[in-house]
Design a protein around this ligand. Structure first.
Ligand code: S3P
Length: 426
């Protein structure tokens, strides 16, 4: 699909965005191993989270969907059945990496695969700890999907993550659910902690002390009612759009503001962006609030070290903001960008070039000079949802209409993106 985006006069309105992708995956997976039913409201509409539901169904668990409310009838920790078909993770790294941990503890063999992009993403980061736990996993070139997981008895481990990755942390903790004893995960940098919060909500015995997480294996998980906050990583596109387009004022409601995700707001504030949190409450252990943004020039700055890990999903759209900022933006220590749905350093740079934006690419980031003029262009998402949406935002500030090829990629996390964008553009 080719989407045309015209420059906006201003953006204005109050919007509600779909449920958080990271939290939706975790709620669905844990609910499928809980005893009794879980009712999850505001479940993500993104294709990725539906890949997770598809996998759970293939494992014999009943899943009912009514709009964005999903009811999962769990049958306890040992309630999955051997699947009759291969499990399809689609485009979703979270699905394949987190499900691998759960599949490692099953008394059957399963095969999980993904689309072309996912088939190029490394899985050795989950295969290594799972092998230490006793799992036997085969992969293409020992590294890439599809994975054949010979489930069985798994042992607890004390594992230090070599990379900051919430997906890998979750995979190890999920396998640890089936191990007899305490599984310990040590993180180099504190990554998003939705798994820890969700496991506790379902009744697991889990302690998190700074960057060390300890989980007691073989818990009884109990089905429950849950509400997913709206996705801050989706809100990021509207926050940057509001900052870029003169005269804009937007309020985004019920956004997840977990401190392991909300570095985005801290970073925006630190570069002079007028963003504010209007209301704050806690739902299922996750902080939720309304976020307001108004147009203003921003200074720009540096994203590096821990901040690069914390903002990894938002860097494409922050790069766009950086090109409009007063001093520009330097991004370092973000080599993980190269193994996302696309090589996001390369795909951002390619689209920048198409719109005449200057950028210097480095192995682990980029340097983007500020105060650049945005020219209309023909962009490509390269099949990556966050690239599609980042360059839709760039198009709003260009001097004429732009197009985005393969714009349907946005549906991976945010199918309503184009409609919501049109509804706030004046
Ligand atoms: C996610 C963790 C991050 C993030 C991804 C979602 C999660 O990946 O980029 O979009 O839900 O745990 P890594 O674990 O590879 O850093």
């Amino acid at each position: 699909m080719r989407q045309t985006v015209s420059p906006a006069g201003r953006l204005e309105g109050v919007v509600r965005l779909p449920g958080d992708k990271s939290i939706s995956h975790r709620y669905a997976m844990i609910a499928s191993l809980a005893e009794g039913s879980s009712r999850i409201t505001n479940y993500s509409t993104g294709a990725d989270c539906h890949s997770t539901l598809g996998c759970v169904r293939s494992l014999g668990i009943e899943v009912l969907e009514e709009g964005t409310t999903v009811t999962i009838h769990g049958r306890g920790l040992h309630g999955w059945r051997a699947p009759h078909n291969d499990l399809d993770a689609g485009n979703s790294g979270s699905t394949i990496r987190m499900m691998s941990g759960l599949l490692a503890g099953q008394p059957f063999t399963s095969r999980i695969f993904g689309d072309e992009s996912l088939s190029r993403r490394p899985m050795d980061r989950v295969m290594k700890p799972l092998a230490q736990m006793g799992a036997k996993i085969e992969a293409r070139e020992n590294r890439f999907p599809p994975l054949v997981i010979h489930g069985g008895e798994v042992h607890p481990i004390d594992y230090t993550l070599p990379v900051a990755s919430a997906q890998v942390k979750t995979c190890v903790l999920f396998a640890g659910l089936f191990a007899d004893g305490e599984t310990i995960v040590r993180e180099p940098i504190r990554s998003r902690d939705h798994t820890e919060i969700a496991l506790r909500e379902f009744g697991a015995d889990l302690r998190a002390e700074r960057k060390v997480i300890t989980l007691k294996g073989r818990p009884t998980l109990t089905g429950r009612e849950l509400t997913v906050p709206s996705d801050l990583s989706s809100a990021a596109f509207f926050l940057v759009a509001g900052l870029l387009v003169p005269g804009s004022s937007l309020v985004i409601q019920n956004v997840g503001l977990n401190p392991t995700r909300s570095s985005l707001l801290d970073f925006l504030l630190s570069i002079g962006a007028p963003v504010s949190v209007l209301r704050l409450e806690s739902v299922n252990g996750e902080p939720i609030g309304d976020v307001q943004v108004r147009h203003a020039p921003v200074r720009g700055g540096v994203i590096e070290k821990d901040l690069a890990a914390a903002l990894i999903d938002e860097i494409p759209v922050l790069a766009v903001l950086g090109a409009a900022s007063e001093q520009g933006l330097v991004i370092r220590d973000a080599q993980e960008l190269r193994i996302k749905e696309t090589d996001r350093i390369a795909t951002v740079a390619e689209n920048f070039q198409r719109m005449g934006i200057e950028v210097a690419v480095t192995p682990d980031g980029m340097r983007i000079p500020g105060k650049q003029k945005f020219r209309p262009a023909s962009f490509d998402s390269f099949g990556d949802h966050r690239i599609a949406m980042a360059f839709a935002v760039a198009s709003l500030a260009a001097g004429g209409p732009s197009t985005i090829d393969n714009a349907e990629a946005a549906s991976v996390s945010f199918p309503e993106f184009w409609d919501i964008l049109a509804s706030v553009a004046r």
